[in-house]
Design a binder for this molecule. Structure first.
Ligand SMILES: [Zn+2]
Length: 248
């Protein structure tokens, strides 16, 4: 049986003498692995359409073990990401973390679409002006990770204190405790090494991340301090879930 899917190539690794195994994020089937037979040969027709960071349409044949890639139509290869070292590193780290986070063979169409949007954003954004362009990219990178976290069913409490269940109000001081969520001032005594202070602005943005409020995130104003705080909380949370040190 053969079938057709839209994918973004996350990773490729060598297999046997002439083949590669690809990790793909597909619109239809979530994260999957497939084999490209002969893609390491010098004149392999499929190889260029299967390079990591390619958005494509793939034709596959069901096989025992890994399905086999038979054809590819390239949709986008993001040339401006490929020619810029910083962009390439940022995107490769992003796709690697997503790949660790997502479970094989479970549908996640909204994450596929969010990753496609993210790649388009990085492609279009100039990295010359670090403050404006790059901060926006980082914000959407974090948003993408939190989509993955929410997809796993992990939703930290952002409206009530995880210890005493009191509703969080705007002027309270609180800490974020990984991975459970916010803890109010009265429960600070329980602060451990996986807790950090968090500002009201960061909490607000974290809620938008978890609720997938993309349109609001496009317009939102934030400063560097908030972004640093959110990056820190995201890094701690991902490290906790994936159980390894995360760099992005
Ligand atoms: Zn409390």
């Amino acid at each position: 049986m053969s079938y057709k899917i839209d994918t973004i190539v996350l990773e490729a690794r060598e297999c046997r003498e002439y083949d590669r195994i690809y990790t793909l994020l597909s619109r239809e089937k979530g994260k999957i692995s497939a084999i490209g037979v002969g893609t390491r040969k010098p004149k392999a027709k499929l190889a260029s359409g299967l390079e990591p960071l390619t958005k494509n349409e793939l034709f596959l044949i069901e096989c025992r073990g890994l399905d086999r890639i038979k054809g590819v139509i390239i949709h986008d290869q993001y040339p401006k990401i490929r020619e810029n070292y910083d962009k390439t590193i940022l995107v490769r780290r992003t796709t690697r973390i997503l790949s660790w986070l997502l479970l094989e063979g479970e549908r996640c169409e909204d994450i596929f679409l969010a990753l496609a949007d993210f790649l388009t954003l990085v492609e279009k954004t100039s990295f010359e002006n670090k403050d404006v362009g790059r901060s926006k990219v980082v914000l959407f990178q974090l948003a993408l990770f939190w989509r993955g976290v929410a997809w796993l069913g992990i939703t930290p409490s952002l409206y009530y204190c995880v210890s005493c269940r009191k509703k969080i109000s705007k002027n309270d001081k609180f800490i974020f405790s990984v991975p459970n969520g916010l803890r109010c001032e009265k429960c600070f005594a329980n602060k451990d090494k996986n807790s950090m202070y968090i500002s009201t602005d960061s909490v607000k943005i974290l809620r938008f991340f978890l609720e997938g409020e993309v349109e609001i995130l496009k317009k939102i104003k934030f400063d560097r301090k908030v972004l640093a705080e959110l990056s820190n909380i995201t890094r701690y949370t991902l490290s906790h879930i994936i159980e390894r040190r995360i760099i992005f």
